[in-house]
Design a protein around this ligand. Sequence first.
Ligand SMILES: [Zn+2]
Length: 492
Amino acid sequence: MHTREGGGLWTRRSARSSVAPRAGLALVAALVAGACAKSPSPPPGGGPSGAPSAPALLPGANVLFITVDTLRADRLGPYGFDRPISPALDRLAAEAVVFDEAQSSTSWTLPALATLMTSHPTSTHGAWDFESPLDESYTTLAEILASNGYDTAAVASHVFLGREFGLAQGFTHFDDDLVQQIELSHLAVTSDAVTERGVRFVERKAAARAAGVDDTPWFLWLHYFDPHHTYFAHTDFPFGDSEEDRYLSEIAFTDRAIGRVLDTLRATGSEADTIVVFTADHGEEFGDHGGLYHGLTLHREVVRVPLIVRVPGVAARREAAAVGIGDVLGTVLEVVGVEPRNELSGRSLVPALKGEPLDDAPVIAELRRTVDARFDALLVGPWKLIRDRGEAGTLELYERLVDPTETLDVAHRHPGTVLELAESLDALVQQAEVAGSGFGRQRRGVGADMAQALEALGYVDGVAPSPADGASGEPDGEPDGDLDGNGAGDGR
Ligand SMILES: [Zn+2]
């Protein structure tokens, strides 16, 4: 929990602008400068200046958060995939605001989900690697909502959502029964089990409300893991035997499970007062840049994620401006009318929900997972810059609007642009580091078994195991171990 008050990094700007495909560098510099300006600006719902608060779109609404691990946006119908493998998400998108260019803060699970839950980039939240869980000094979305009267619940299906990595902060009910030792979790098929738990929670809350015994709003986070490798071909979705065929089968399988949760919202009469946020932690590579899986680069196939936000009463539309997953937290708070208690990164996307043009703003991604995978990236205006922070020190530049798949590095053609963007990227990263300097940091050993498993899975090139964990990522107070309201912590 963090209690600093005062001016923040909220970067909502009143001036509207749009960036043409060939926007000049001056405009890009202005965008970055705007993001770097640290003048306090009003939090969602109104600021300290006495200005009238903007009305929330759906005050006190329930919040259903659905994240799917390793889901690249362009394998879903709403993002142009030409095979009908995601009917449930297609239906959701048809009733929602679809963000065309949402970028993760990185390309692997832990720091991405830490960004989603705190709004901060990795340089601020500090959960860089397997030995750095999210510190308790950060205030998570669950903590903010819980302190505003929300019943908070999560179903974790992967080790990085385990309590030891700090993402259970703020959840009254945290079901981690499905979290297994990391090698097993890659082999487990859990989407149906995640859905069953989510459905039970929604049904229980709806019944309690109907009976007049519990009218508190709720925040439910369901994390699905099946599209992560190892990929399985599901009997009901036989698309073929290649790695990618099986990946698509996992997506279809997960989509069906998600559909049952969305159906439950409708069946229980909860749909009209529940906002649904659907996104992913990162994408996946199938040889796009010569590699496989994720967590090794910051190219688009691993950092672009779906972002679909359905708010009852808000018209469906698409938003083309680049946004970051760090923007989700502030957006949710503004929609439900909860003011953040301290500094946020990112910005509110509520203008996009209202059908107003969204300001262009720079979006960064960072990766420091292994000594061989250290990159920063900047998405701004028509450009995407990727800086290798390792020994190679290379800078790649892509014209993202005309070359979205990042096939042609044009850095040699635009040396001046590269230099200026690199300076901008450095400034944004430094700003994020400064923002993080007031928070605590944890280092903890991963344990010999975990270190061995991580290496066997190809995650790391050697993590030093430490049997004596230096710190615990337990949240304040022990949450329930289940979502059925039985109240008993599982004691693990
Ligand atoms: Zn992941």
